[in-house]
Design a protein around this ligand. Structure first.
Ligand SMILES: [Cu+2]
Length: 109
């Protein structure tokens, strides 16, 4: 059973250019998932930074944009996933398994 899963998904266009970069090249801001909540539930980053989620619960979770423009897929216990945000804007996201889990990302220029 695979406990740790890493994904890199690009949001906001230029996906091909972003995918060519090593994942470590973009700074990451960590969001913990614990007790069926995203912590912090609002995070501000600059364009070109990544969010990395770490699932500290036993239950599986996702981080999924409300309009489904990006989705980490399932993160199991101890799993991680990251998304690169290249353009300014505000993203509302939730967990597809537990829709009451909601959070926000503000990407500034
Ligand atoms: Cu969940």
């Amino acid at each position: 059973m695979q406990l740790t899963r890493r994904r890199l998904i690009s949001a906001g266009g230029l996906a091909a250019a972003a995918a060519a970069l090593p994942a470590a090249a973009a700074p990451a801001v960590r969001v913990r998932i614990r007790k069926f909540a995203f912590d912090p539930d609002t995070v501000s980053i600059k364009a070109g930074e990544r969010i990395e989620w770490v699932n500290e619960d036993f239950a599986p979770h996702t981080a999924t944009e409300a309009d489904h423009s990006w989705d980490t897929g399932e993160m199991g216990k101890g799993g991680t996933a990251s998304v690169l945000f290249e353009t300014p804007g505000t993203h509302s996201y939730y967990c597809v398994y537990h829709p009451h889990m909601k959070a926000r990302i503000v990407v500034t220029a």
